[in-house]
Design a protein around this ligand. Structure first.
Ligand SMILES: [Ca+2]
Length: 736
């Protein structure tokens, strides 16, 4: 019965998704690719250790002389130290968004520097690097600085109860996190969805709009700023004698002491490693250092000639040393791949009177690069990047290859022999052999996003900065932004320091790079979830399409019917779809779709009539989500990509949708669900890392009800309802 339905569905997106993602093209070669890990080799633990605002030049292995970082240097000496690695953005939130999702932050609204009470920016339906590892049987953790929002709705969190959305919803088994940054409230750690050491006698309230009655602030009570005074901003609530951004009340014994932040993060990290030393783990470990307010432990304060900023670098190095020592003592150092990097470039005066600017002396936080944190210039995103893996990297070296954080998901997938779902981590490419130092193959390009959200396009030799608004220099931090109303082009091969704009004399090069940026900006298709519909809309009530991006694709509410109607279509690698109702664990699978997409033109005022839907009466409306340069936009030449659901006029752009949405209606009656045949879990076995149907002898695949592929591992314990895909036959398998 589903053939008839599917013969009407557009398929253009599938073609696009197969052609556009380099990783997907390369993927079939994975097992043979240089750098891939042999199957019989034990899969390594992976630690992605990211500093905050640590500049390219802030480590002695990168040329610093006024501060010494022997622990990092030692790891670099025995690993691959990269001299041309780039974060995706020059500020924290968008940079980290891209690390975790493999999706350029410029594609998503709401990835700017997040408030401390922001809702979770990465939605549960999105695919993350943690999903990659967890689906492959790893234990996963996020520890330290987060700054990607928590809870389903910004400003509405109840900090005294369990948060409804947490990193557990995006693949992390364990988390112990600062909600945002040390300079933003709430000044507490969040562990497994709750405030760590929550103090019932001091309930926590947070606002980014107004102060709570009777609470002191840095602006009104500067005499209470006993540990650090603000230089600009940072004069709202006072915690631990330091002014913060935002207002907070309560906390009691849950409040952190800045002096203890690093030690807390270290302790939780080592705990996690120790608990998981027998099985592979992935740890996303983010230090607070060397972000402001810089107030390291007593034993570090005063130890550097550069003041607190230098002291914070020492504390960062100490953290690295503690992690390395723990790996050794746990006996897992040899087969742990450790990456050390930073989320964006350096800044001196970032809001506190810590004398960073006056004591910096001859130290060059950005090394040879121009600009700093926030910048479009290179120092915004040029970061240290060190890869160490004793079992595999036998000889340390320096690599000048051009690389980017965006590639971590695809590269890690190659590393552990895992599969990234089609359409997930769309911008991520596998560069494993480069990351392991086996060659120095450059990425064709890297994209860099400045705080103004303008983009730069770097190749090995050139840097194009598109025009963007803003001052050329930030008055408060003194940083050169690289913002200009005119296009800029720099010859990086000649000089890393972007001092000579050759746009006028090299117009052809500039135009080529500008065009590549334009191409890159085209909306993408989610090859995973392509479209979805909801049931039960008698009378054509309100309908919403609230897309959130690639990965596991469309999500959101199909109000007013709520979760019950949240079906999604998951494109499998064989070209078929699973249709999954995440709410009640029911699912259906149609036959292969064969009909190509029809041209669909939508507009804000007139609905498309490009095609119609014929159903068996079980559904009433459909949102088709497809990609394309023009035909699916509301106006063919539109660059704004605004998308309206003409069913009720909902503008989906404001919820981060970048897909065109087409709504077709069909007459319907309601249905109470769809039954599927059931396969006994006794019929399923694991052989050679595959699930096998013991009766047919054939390889089968098992997915969770929300579309995640389940890794086939001997001894893997499954519980609950799963989707079994046996060739084109689909059934339900229930593991008791
Ligand atoms: Ca940062």
């Amino acid at each position: 019965m589903w053939n008839g339905f599917f013969s009407h569905l557009p398929m253009k997106f599938q073609i696009i998704s197969n052609n556009m993602n380099p990783r997907n093209i390369l993927f079939p070669c994975l097992g043979f690719a240089a750098g891939a890990v042999a199957q019989d080799e034990q899969r390594p633990n992976v630690i992605f250790l990211m500093a905050d605002d640590l500049g390219y030049g802030d480590l002695s292995c990168y040329g610093a002389t006024r501060v010494s970082t022997p622990n990092v240097d030692s790891i670099a000496r025995n690993g691959i130290r990269f001299t041309d690695c780039h974060a995706v953005a020059s500020t924290s939130t968008p940079s980290r968004y891209s690390v975790l999702t493999g999706e350029y932050c410029f594609r998503r609204h709401g990835t700017d520097i997040a408030a401390g009470n922001a809702g979770m920016i990465i939605k549960p339906e999105q695919y993350t690097v943690a999903d990659l590892f967890r689906n492959a049987g790893y234990r996963t953790a996020a520890i330290g600085k987060w700054h990607l929002g928590l809870g389903s709705e910004g400003g509405k969190q109840d900090w005294n109860a369990e948060l409804d959305w947490t990193p557990r919803d995006i693949g992390f088994d364990y988390h112990y996190l600062m909600a945002a940054t040390a300079d933003r409230v709430p000044c507490v750690f969040i562990e497994q969805g709750r405030v760590a050491n929550h103090d019932p006698s001091a309930p926590i309230y947070v606002s980014y709009e107004k102060n709570f009655d009777g609470e002191p602030t840095g602006a009104n009570n500067p005499e209470l700023l006993t540990k650090q005074k603000s230089s600009h901003g940072h004069n709202n609530s006072i915690v631990n004698g330091i002014g913060r951004i935002g207002f907070m009340k309560g906390g009691g014994k849950a409040l952190w002491r800045d002096e203890d932040l690093a030690d807390s993060i270290i302790a939780k990290s080592i705990n996690f490693m120790a608990e998981n030393k027998e099985n592979p783990f992935f740890m996303y470990l983010c230090t607070n250092d060397i972000h402001v307010p810089r107030y390291p432990a007593d034993r570090f304060r005063g130890q550097s000639p550069m003041g607190l900023r230098g002291d914070a670098i020492l504390q960062f190095d100490y953290t690295v040393g503690r992690i390395a020592t723990a790996l050794d003592s746990l006996g897992i150092a040899d087969n742990t791949l450790l990456i050390i990097t930073s989320d964006n470039g350096p800044v001196l005066d970032d809001g506190y009177q810590d004398k960073a600017a006056t004591l910096v002396g001859t130290h060059k936080p950005a090394g040879p690069w121009r600009g700093g944190k926030y910048s479009a210039f290179e120092a915004g995103t040029a970061v240290p990047f060190i890869v160490n893996w004793p079992a595999r990297i036998k000889e340390g070296k320096v690599s000048e290859a051009l690389i980017s954080h965006i590639d971590d998901i695809a590269t890690f997938a190659a590393l552990i022999g895992a599969e990234v779902p089609l359409g997930a981590a769309y911008d991520s490419q596998n560069h494993l052999s480069t990351w392991l130092g086996e060659d120095e193959t450059d990425r064709d390009f890297v994209v860099e996003m400045a705080q103004a959200r303008g983009l730069s396009y770097r190749t090995k030799d050139w840097k194009y900065i598109e025009p963007m608004p803003g001052n050329a220099k930030q008055s408060q931090t003194g940083i050169e932004t690289g913002y200009s109303s005119s296009p800029q082009l720099y010859n990086i091969a000649k000089s890393k320091y972007e001092s000579s704009n050759v746009y006028s004399s090299q117009r052809a090069v500039a135009n080529e790079l500008a065009q590549k940026l334009t191409d890159l900006r085209q909306p993408l298709v989610s090859g995973d979830t392509c479209f979805w519909y909801h049931l039960l809309t008698p009378g054509r009530g309100p309908r919403y399409a609230t897309s959130t991006g690639a990965g596991k694709g469309m999500t959101g509410k199909t109000s007013p019917d709520g979760k019950k109607s949240q079906w999604k279509f998951v494109l499998r690698t064989d070209g078929n779809y699973d249709i999954v109702n995440r709410a009640d664990a029911s699912f259906i699978v149609p036959n292969a779709v064969q009909i190509p997409a029809l041209q669909i033109k939508t507009s804000a005022t007139s609905p498309s009539n490009g095609w119609t839907l014929t159903t068996n009466g079980n559904m009433s409306c459909l949102y088709a989500v497809v990609s394309g340069k023009a035909q699916l936009n509301q106006a063919e030449q539109s660059n704004s990509w605004k998308i309206l659901n003409w069913g009720d006029g909902t503008n989906t752009t404001d919820v981060g949708c970048r897909y065109a949405v087409h709504l077709a209606d069909a007459e319907s009656t309601t249905t109470s669900g769809i039954d599927l045949p059931e396969t006994s879990s006794d019929e399923i076995a694991v052989r050679d890392n595959h699930f096998v149907n013991k009766i047919s002898g054939k390889t089968v695949e098992i997915f969770t009800v929300d579309g995640r592929r389940v890794p086939a591992q001997t001894g893997h314990r499954l519980r609950g309802v799963y989707i079994l895909c046996d060739a084109r036959k689909i059934s339900k398998v229930v593991y008791p």
